[in-house]
Design a protein around this ligand. Structure first.
Ligand SMILES: [Zn+2]
Ligand SMILES: [Zn+2]
Ligand SMILES: [Zn+2]
Length: 277
């Protein structure tokens, strides 16, 4: 089981176009951040390799080439902001490579937006695609209602992102028969992926208990109406108490090395290409 950070930057990416600041001109490759997305890669019980893509960022093509992917088995979308869905068109190549449709899991609001942005993919009815077009199967999910994905239990999480609610996702391993707890210290799972978040609603905290690995939004030091600051994210990470917490969705305010130096043990800034097992 492997978590791969494809992108860890905020919506503008880092470097920011036309910016000459120290982080945008840094030679540290960890300061080069494409738009936030990730994959969970594993072999299922039947021996089939699986790649679950979390968000289809505007940089998906470059990220997929970099990671060398040849398949995407399912796509989970946290919300419909441009930085999280404007790479969805690129998955058509995986349809060709796998000769199969791909299921897209999202809430009702996000599916509505996807149909509006991609009518040639999602609103073409029974008409066969006229050219090189993705084939996607929409799956509606709701916070707190778990579903199975290749043997993993995925629980959508309700998160507050500014004035709206979006989804995070919790991944639990299958519970072996006779085992009391699926939580095994030192392992990747249970994993919670919570990007683009300004607050965690009361009802979501219990669903974050027992996670071994936490991925959390941490935009910058200055307050923002739609994202957690480094201080707020650190406080939430401490309360959740995962063995390992990785911050994502950072702006150019945060240089990797100096920001990392100020974080407590077990809390890390993620960077593009980082894989965690
Ligand atoms: Zn975002
Ligand atoms: Zn900059
Ligand atoms: Zn967003």
């Amino acid at each position: 089981m492997r978590l791969r950070f494809l992108g860890t930057g905020t919506s503008s990416g880092v470097p920011v176009i036309g910016c000459g600041c120290a982080v945008c001109t840094s030679t540290d490759p960890r300061d080069d951040r494409t738009r936030t997305s990730a994959t969970l890669e594993f072999t299922d019980a039947s021996g089939q390799e699986r790649v679950i893509l979390i968000d289809a960022s505007a940089d998906l093509r470059r990220q997929a080439l970099q990671a060398g992917f040849e398949r995407v088995d399912a796509i989970l979308i946290t919300h419909d902001h441009v930085d999280h869905i404007f790479g969805l068109d690129e998955v058509r190549r995986f349809n060709v490579l796998m000769d199969a449709p791909i299921e897209v899991y999202a809430d009702a609001l996000t599916h509505e937006s996807l149909r509006r942005v991609y009518p040639y993919i999602l609103a073409r009815g029974d008409k066969p695609p006229e050219s090189f077009v993705a084939t996607l199967i929409p799956r509606h999910v709701a916070p707190g209602t778990p579903f199975d994905l290749f043997g993993l239990t995925v629980t959508p999480l309700d998160l507050i992102h500014g004035r709206r609610h979006i989804l995070g996702f919790r991944f639990d391993p299958p519970t072996p028969p006779g085992s009391a707890s699926p939580s095994d210290p030192g392992t990747l799972l249970p994993l919670a992926y919570c990007t683009d978040c300004s607050a965690i609603p009361e009802g979501t905290w219990p669903l974050l208990s027992g996670v071994q690995t936490l991925v959390l939004d941490a935009l910058r030091h200055r307050p923002h109406p739609s994202h957690l600051t480094i201080a707020q994210a650190t406080e939430a990470a401490t309360r959740i108490g995962a063995s390992r917490t990785y911050f994502v969705h950072m702006t150019h305010d945060l240089g990797h090395a100096e920001t990392q130096a100020g974080l407590p043990d077990g809390v890390m800034l993620a960077y593009d290409g980082l894989t965690v097992t």
